[in-house]
Design a protein around this ligand. Structure first.
Ligand code: GDP
Length: 615
């Protein structure tokens, strides 16, 4: 009753009352009661304003991002929306680090480009990275052995180029999913004897999604069966028209094995850096120091060791830095040659010793005073502890949902439905694409982030999370890891086997008339107490803990809380008899349709799908 009471909402502030200066941090999903006072207004002001915009809200009701932003604009406040739980942290960051881009133009200096090598397995990524390192990195004092610290710098024409030493797009995407965009240019490795393969396509999609320029290294041209023309043809089909054919994609033929073409490749990287990226490849060496953690681990002798890349400023021994939930005074900096160094300039990778804990790859680091670093690290540590690590991932990612599209359309906005489409064969991929494109209308556009043949992989999920896409699978399934990741990152997976059903759903979403939603209702839960082997397969001897287990129901099989299998329950027995159902408190034997990996202590959950009425 208190919430509904009129007292809180009838007070108003004059519309010209001042608003707090600077950026005000507001959590997503805040209510009028939270937002008003932060902007020197009352809840009533917010409610009245939104009412004027045609939106009826209660003072305690959670507001949409748009509503909060509209109100901020109305009163002339500058706000930043942050995910729930991150408000305090953002406030601490703001307090200690203040304005981000306070580097004056004249202080900016060129910095080396940072390169990631991606491409299909066995196309020569590792060998190329090794070759560049051998040729261009002067061996360190430690007996000429170079150190693998996760990244290194090579010298070409007196200029530095930084290479991330973990090839492949998994690390690249994992970092991006955490908000870290370190790579400036991608080298796409394609073996001339093998051509564009599934992971090549994935790499192209990931580089595109990150809007990073691609330079193609056409490798293994020494091979007898090398067919550069065929590869160039394939590249053009993927939107990478080679320069030689009148396009703008640089393709450099190389042989990592015979060490040919690599100089040319480095030259081309510098060219792209100069021509396409001259505005971006700058930093202020004297500015506030910040960067990104590339990798980190706990070393038995040295404690937590993190390899970081400096993005701005100069990192020095003795600085205090905070990286994720770790902080500490930099005790030593070790470069890619294994040498101790005093400082690291922008785009330089170094190992940092002296942190109190191991940060995560993709964490941002900043140099701060002890007090700030400690406060921020401790706050994060606490948040991680409370929220579990999954929620940090969820907060950064999250694909678009068909339902969200529906809402956007209802609000009269133009919506783009980002889609990752995976299908079983090329024919169906093309067919589904063409049909989907026909559904496009003025107010709803379709964006294909990725279209490919094959099962739904973790890499698809990562890409969906970073690009806000829904995944549509036609005659394909996600593997378990992908499914789990999708759940963790809040990515929507829609799987179809019938094309008209797929089109029907998408059309429904796009015209704002989604079909009834279903919710799952758990009907019974049983614990596996014993496993029996029978000629027909494994039988789970269970104890029904709650609800009722019914034969033929849908089943989820959980191990330590993780769904490891879903399917049906064709056989249910009490003692020796087939039964239709077993109540809580009784024992029973269950056989799962095609699942054999049964272990004691696992939990079998049965569920039903019930339609939820739309309001
Ligand atoms: P990655 O999986 O992409 O990292 O590939 P690797 O660097 O491990 O290389 C895979 C295999 O291809 C290795 O046996 C390499 O020796 C070989 N390889 C790499 N580059 C070349 C090349 O230019 N020519 C030939 N003939 N073989 C190469």
């Amino acid at each position: 009753m208190e919430e509904l009471g009129p007292s809180a909402i009838t007070a108003y502030m004059p519309s010209n009352a001042p608003v707090p200066e600077g950026e005000i941090i507001i959590e997503r999903g805040s209510s009028a009661q939270d937002v008003g006072p932060k902007l020197n207004r009352t809840a009533g002001d917010v409610v009245r304003f939104l009412f004027g915009q045609g939106e009826m809200v209660m003072a305690t009701q959670s507001l949409s991002d748009d509503a909060i932003e509209l109100f901020a604009v109305e009163v002339g406040a500058i706000i930043r929306l942050v995910d729930p739980g991150l408000e305090r942290e953002a406030e601490l960051s703001a307090k200690y680090f203040g304005d981000e881009d306070d580097d004056a133009e004249e202080d900016l200096r060129p910095r080396p480009p940072i390169i990631t090598v991606m491409g299909h397995v066995d196309h020569g990524k590792t060998l190329l990275l090794d070759r560049i390192r051998e040729a261009n990195v002067v061996s360190g004092e430690a007996g000429g052995i170079t150190q693998h610290i996760g990244a290194y710098q090579a010298v070409k024409e007196g200029r530095l180029i930084t290479f991330i030493d973990t090839p492949g797009h998994e690390a690249f995407t994992a970092m991006r999913a955490r908000g870290a965009e370190v790579t400036d240019i991608v080298i796409l490795m394609v073996a001339a004897d093998d051509g564009v393969m599934p992971q090549t396509e994935e790499a192209i999609d990931h580089a595109r999604a990150a809007e990073v320029p691609i330079v193609v290294a056409l490798n293994k041209i020494d091979r007898e069966n090398a067919n550069p023309d065929r590869v160039m043809q394939q590249l053009s089909e993927h939107g990478l028209m080679p320069e030689a054919w009148g396009g703008d994609t640089i393709v450099v033929p190389i042989s990592a094995l015979q060490n040919t073409g690599i100089d040319e490749l480095l030259e081309q990287l510098l060219l792209v850096a100069d021509v396409q990226l001259s505005d971006e490849l700058v930093a202020n060496p004297e500015g506030r120091c910040r960067g990104v953690v590339l990798e980190a681990n706990l070393d038995t002798g040295r404690g937590p060791v993190a390899t970081v890349i400096v993005e701005n400023g100069t990192l020095r021994v003795g600085d205090t830095l905070v990286a994720g939930a770790a902080w500490g005074r930099v005790r030593a900096l070790i470069d890619d040659k294994g040498d101790n160094v005093k400082e690291a300039l922008p785009s330089t990778p170094v190992e940092v010793l002296g942190l109190n804990d191991v940060p995560a790859a993709g964490d941002e680091f900043r140099v701060a005073d002890d007090k700030a670093a400690k406060a921020l690290a401790e706050h994060r540590e606490q948040r991680h502890r409370f929220a579990g690590l999954a929620s940090t991932a969820a907060a950064t990612g999250g694909g678009a949902k068909l339902e969200d599209i529906f809402e956007q359309i209802q609000r009269g906005e133009t919506a783009t439905l980002n889609v990752i489409l995976k299908a079983d064969v090329h024919g169906s991929l093309e067919a589904v694409t063409a049909s989907l494109q026909k559904l496009e209308r003025d107010e709803v556009k379709l964006g294909f982030v990725r279209r490919a043949v094959g099962g739904i992989t973790e890499s698809d999920i990562q890409l969906a999370a970073t690009s806000g896409a829904t995944i549509i699978g036609f005659n394909v399934r996600p593997d378990r890891k992908a499914r789990e990741l999708a759940e963790n990152l809040g990515v929507e997976l829609r799987l179809y086997e019938i094309i008209y059903k797929l089109l029907e759903d998408l059309e429904a979403a796009m015209v704002g008339m989604l079909k009834p939603e279903y919710e799952e209702v758990i009907t019974g839960e049983a614990e596996v107490r014993m496993v029996f082997s029978t000629p027909r397969g494994k039988v789970a001897g269970c104890y029904v803990q709650s609800g009722v287990i019914t034969r033929n129901s849908k089943v989820r099989y959980l191990r330590e809380g993780v769904v490891i299998w879903k399917g049906a329950l064709p056989s249910l027995r009490r003692v020796k008899d087939d039964v239709r159902e077993v109540q809580a408190g009784f024992e029973c034997g269950m056989m799962l349709s095609d699942f054999q990996d049964i272990k004691e202590g696992d939990v079998i959950e049965t569920y039903e799908e019930r339609e939820i009425a739309r309001v």
